[in-house]
Design a binder for this molecule. Structure first.
Ligand code: A2P
Length: 272
């Protein structure tokens, strides 16, 4: 598994399992277990997904030692607004049945995020979080963090897939020293990205599936990618993207599929 070095020296596996919209209950326990059995060592969770307890259960039942797993979770908006980052973090740890997380993100740039950042810095200094970062932060939000931060954010996690590659925000985030994680890399649940004819043609050319073509494109454009699936075979094939390489012409062909089509909320205009 490829790793990327964060700005504090910590290594993150470049591909992980996302669990957004993986239902609470056995579906999440199994997805996490199957992923860890298949060799994943990176799980991307969030309090608002409602399945942290099952993520914790899956990690424990997998038998993979905790220290081998890179675990991310996220601080939810209500907790940011209420100024209760530390309490929410403690609740997440309890649900996840662990005593630290590898990466903790402010999920969305809602009112109170500067105070939340200061709280995350304290948790980081106390060793309870190995890296801290942002999610869905645009330029103006990043600049507000830059003004008050003693510790630079290690990542920004943003929507990105071939129909909305968000490359300008990725480049901007990197210019601030952050690595970028991409959510909805396969176009999200219920999307039509994977039936795109260009991606299908590339899949035929490389003897891979459209999902693998997209994930390989992410690996080669040096972002961290967290595909979600509840199916064992898909979880396995989504990780099988390290034995081939897209040519730079084919990378460009995928870059050109961009049509600014979001599948999730716009960080400049959301109501939750
Ligand atoms: P499922 O969970 O039923 O496997 P994203 O990561 O962009 O949020 O996309 C996740 C969506 O893509 C889910 O609907 C997931 O469905 C589906 N998916 C995940 N992996 C694959 C794959 N290898 N082939 C086809 N669909 C996939």
């Amino acid at each position: 598994m490829n790793t990327i070095k964060l700005n504090n020296g910590k290594l993150i596996p470049q591909l992980g399992l996302g669990v957004y919209q993986t239902p609470e209950g056995e579906a999440t326990v199994n997805a996490v277990k199957w992923a860890l059995e298949a060799g994943y060592r990176h799980i991307d969770a969030a309090k608002v997904y409602g399945n942290e307890a099952e993520v914790g259960k899956g990690m424990l039942e997998s038998g993979v030692p905790r220290e081998e797993i890179f675990l991310t979770t996220k601080l939810w908006n209500d907790d940011v607004r209420a100024g209760r980052a530390k309490e929410a973090f403690a609740e997440s740890l309890k649900s996840l049945q662990t005593d630290y997380v590898d990466l903790y993100l402010i999920h969305w740039p809602v009112d109170g995020f500067e105070k939340a950042w200061s709280d995350l810095e304290e948790l980081y200094e106390a060793g309870k979080i190995k890296a801290i970062g942002l999610s869905n932060f645009h330029k103006e939000h990043i600049e507000r963090i830059e003004k008050i931060a003693h510790i630079k954010p290690a990542v920004n996690q943003v929507e990105s897939h071939p129909y909305m590659n968000n490359q300008a925000l990725i480049d901007l985030s990197k210019s601030y020293g952050m690595e970028v994680e991409v959510w909805s890399p396969l176009g999200g649940t219920g999307g039509n990205l994977l039936s795109d004819q260009t991606l299908q043609a590339l899949a035929t050319k490389y003897g891979k599936s459209p999902a693998q073509i997209v994930l390989r494109w992410d690996i080669q454009r040096e972002v961290i990618v967290i595909p979600k699936s509840t199916h064992k075979e898909r979880i396995e094939v989504n990780m099988d993207v390290f034995d081939f390489e897209l040519t730079s012409e084919d990378m460009d062909i995928i870059n050109q599929l961009d049509r600014g089509e979001r599948v999730g909320p716009d960080p400049d205009n959301f109501d939750f």
